[in-house]
Write a protein that binds this ligand. Structure first.
Ligand SMILES: Nc1ncnc2c1ncn2[C@@H]1O[C@H](COP(=O)(O)OP(=O)(O)O)[C@@H](O)[C@H]1O
Ligand SMILES: [Mg+2]
Length: 505
C-alpha cells in the first residue's frame, strides 16, 4: 500500500490486488523517521483511476483475440492488469500511535516515500485504547473474527441509542446489553412495547437460566397495579396534567378533592368518584374531572385493594440487592394506558432517585415516541440523567428521535439502513463524520452494527453481534410460515385426525 493524498481528515491510499483490506478496517501508516504512526480507518474502497485505464479496458478484448499471437517479451500485460485492479482506499484519520500509545494528534503528515502501511487489527487497536475495564460485556466479534468486549462502566451515566431498519437485530443487542448490565449487578428497567423481553430468564430450549430469578415481568392490570396512596398526589397530578391533559382549573379542584379525602383517611378510587359527584364546582370542571376519572378507572392500573397492589419502591429495592431487570410489558396496553403507566414510572423513579431511596438505574426504551411525552426527551438527557436514569433508546425510525438527542448521545449502535433519508438523518445528527457513517452503514449485513462513542473510545468499529441463548421472542408472527407449519403438523398426524373424525361422525 502506498500513501497517495491527504485532504483534511481524509487520506487516500493506493492498494494493490493482493492486499487484503475491507471497509471498516484500520490501517497504520508508520513513518519510522518521525517515530510515529497515523491510525486511519478505511471507509470506502474504489478503483484507482489511472489515466488511460478506460482505453486499456476497451482494448483488452482485441488483445485477447485467439487468432493473433501475443508478443509481450517484457511481460507488460501482467503489469497493466495489476494496475487496472489497483484500489483507492478512502480513509479517515483517527489518531496517532507513539511509543505504543494512542494520542489524539492528527496534525502531522507521514512521509510518502518512507512510510510503511499495514493493517492494524481491531483487536490490537481496542487493546491499545484499553476499552475493557472491570465490567466486561462481550458484544460479539469484528469482521476479522476477533472478540469485541466493551465495558459496562462506559454505559454508566450515559445516553445510548440503538437504531437500524426492522429485523436487523436491534432488540437482540439491547437484550444482550440488558443481561450484561444485570450480570454486573445493575438495575435495569425496560419499557417493552412488543412484549419480547419477558422470557430473558429462559434458555432458547425453555429451561431456566442464570438470570431467571432476576427478571421480573410486570404486566399492567395483571400483576402491576398500584393504590392511590402509593402513587401520591404529585405523581397523580403529572398523570392527569401530562398524560390526560387536564386543564389548570380542574387540576386545582382535583387537588382539593384529594386533600379533602386524605384528611378524612378516605382516599380511594371509589371515594374520588363519589366526591367528584358531590363536589360544588362548575359543570365543565366536573365533566373534565369525570372523564379523566373514568379513563383512570378503565386502565385497571389503579386499585383500592392493597392485596393486589405492588410496591414499586420496595420492588426496586429488592431488585437492587443483586441486580436485575424489571420488564414493563406494555404490549397489551392501549396508547393512553401506556402514557399513564410510563408517566407513573418515570415520575416515581425521579422522586425516589431525588430522595436517594434507590440507586441509579438503566432505562431501556423501545420505540419511545409511542409513549414518551414531548417534554420528557430533553428531560431524559439532562435532568433525569443527573438524577441517575441512564437511557438507551431503541428505534427503527431514526427521525422519531430529535437531532439534539443524537448529538448528546454518548454511544450509538447503528445497524443497516437502506433508506437514503434515514441514513442522511443520522449522519447529520451523529457525532462521527457523515462520510464514515453513510459509507459503512449502507453495506452492513443483518446482525452487524457500527459502534460509535465512549464504549469504543470513539474508534468506529464494526461488530457482528453474538447470538444469545435466551428466548428472545423477537420474531414477528408470519401468516404463511404459521399456516405451513400447521399443515405439515396435520400431515404428520393423519391417524389422529382419522380417529377423531371417526369419533365425531
Ligand atoms: N446477533 C444475532 N445472532 C443471532 N440471531 C439474531 C442476532 N440478532 C438478531 N437475531 C435474530 O433476528 C431476529 C430479529 O432480531 P431483532 O433484534 O428482533 O430485530 P429488530 O429489533 O432490529 O427488529 C430475531 O429472531 C433475533 O433473535
Ligand atoms: Mg425490535
Amino acid at each position: 500500500m502506498r500513501l497517495y493524498k491527504k485532504t483534511g481528515s481524509t487520506v487516500h491510499i493506493i492498494s494493490f490486488p493482493d492486499e487484503d483490506v475491507e471497509k471498516g478496517c484500520y490501517l497504520l501508516i508508520e513513518d519510522k523517521r518521525a517515530g510515529k504512526s497515523l491510525i486511519v480507518q478505511v471507509i470506502d474502497i474504489q478503483f484507482a483511476n489511472v489515466p488511460g485505464i478506460m482505453e486499456e479496458l476497451l482494448r483488452e478484448p482485441l488483445i485477447d483475440d485467439p487468432r493473433g499471437e501475443d508478443i509481450d517479451p517484457f511481460d507488460i500485460t501482467s503489469h497493466i492488469l495489476y494496475v487496472q485492479d489497483a484500489r483507492l482506499l478512502i480513509c479517515k484519520i483517527h489518531g496517532t500511535v507513539r511509543d505504543n500509545k494512542i494520542v489524539s494528534d492528527t496534525s502531522w503528515l507521514p512521509s510518502r516515500i518512507h512510510s510503511a502501511i499495514y493493517r492494524l487489527p481491531v483487536e490490537r487497536l481496542l487493546e491499545m485504547a484499553s476499552i475493557v475495564g472491570a465490567y466486561p460485556i462481550s458484544l460479539g466479534e469484528t469482521p476479522e473474527m476477533s472478540p469485541v468486549v466493551i465495558d459496562a462502566s462506559n454505559l454508566d451515566g450515559k445516553l445510548n441509542i440503538i437504531t437500524g431498519r426492522k429485523g436487523v437485530g436491534k432488540s437482540h443487542l439491547s437484550k444482550l446489553l440488558v443481561l450484561g448490565l444485570v450480570k454486573h449487578g445493575a438495575t435495569v428497567i425496560i419499557l417493552d412495547i412488543n412484549g419480547e423481553y419477558r422470557n430473558l430468564g429462559l434458555n432458547s430450549n425453555g429451561e431456566k437460566n442464570e438470570f431467571y430469578n432476576r427478571i421480573h415481568v410486570l404486566v399492567p392490570r395483571e400483576n402491576f397495579k398500584v393504590t392511590l396512596h402509593q402513587t401520591g398526589l404529585s405523581v397523580m397530578m403529572r398523570i392527569l396534567v401530562y398524560a390526560l391533559n387536564l386543564p389548570g382549573t380542574s387540576a386545582r379542584e382535583f387537588k382539593h378533592i384529594w386533600h379533602f379525602l386524605e384528611e378524612r383517611k378516605m382516599l380511594s378510587l371509589h371515594e374520588i368518584g363519589e366526591a367528584i359527584r358531590r363536589w360544588q364546582c362548575n359543570q365543565q370542571v366536573k365533566d373534565a374531572l369525570f372523564s379523566r376519572y373514568h379513563t383512570l378507572l378503565h386502565t385497571g392500573f389503579f386499585t383500592d385493594n392493597l392485596e393486589e397492589a405492588i410496591g414499586f419502591e420496595e420492588l426496586l429495592q429488592e431488585v437492587e440487592e443483586e441486580g436485575g431487570a424489571l420488564v414493563i410489558d406494555l404490549s397489551g396496553s392501549a396508547p393512553i394506558e401506556r402514557q399513564i403507566i410510563v408517566e407513573y414510572i418515570l415520575a416515581k423513579l425521579q422522586d425516589l432517585l431525588f430522595q436517594r431511596r434507590i440507586m441509579p438505574i438503566f432505562l431501556f426504551a423501545e420505540e419511545a415516541h409511542l409513549y414518551l411525552r414531548e417534554t420528557y426527551w430533553d428531560d431524559i438527557v439532562t435532568r433525569m440523567r443527573h438524577f441517575g436514569i441512564f437511557t438507551t433508546f431503541i428505534t427503527n425510525q431514526p427521525n422519531t428521535i430529535k437531532e439534539s438527542i443524537y448529538r448528546q448521545a454518548d454511544n450509538i449502535f447503528i445497524f443497516n439502513f437502506v433508506n437514503e433519508h434515514d441514513l442522511e438523518f443520522i449522519s447529520r445528527a451523529a457525532k462521527v463524520d457523515a462520510e464514515t457513517l453513510v459509507s459503512i452503514v449502507r453495506d452492513l449485513p443483518p446482525h452487524y452494527c457500527l459502534v460509535l462513542g465512549d464504549v469504543v473510545k470513539n474508534f468506529p468499529v464494526i461488530v457482528k453481534v453474538r447470538p444469545l441463548n435466551v428466548q428472545t421472542m423477537g420474531e414477528t408472527r408470519l401468516f404463511f410460515k404459521e399456516r405451513d407449519a400447521n399443515e405439515s403438523r396435520i400431515k404428520q398426524e393423519p391417524t389422529l385426525h382419522i380417529s377423531q373424525q371417526a369419533k365425531t361422525s
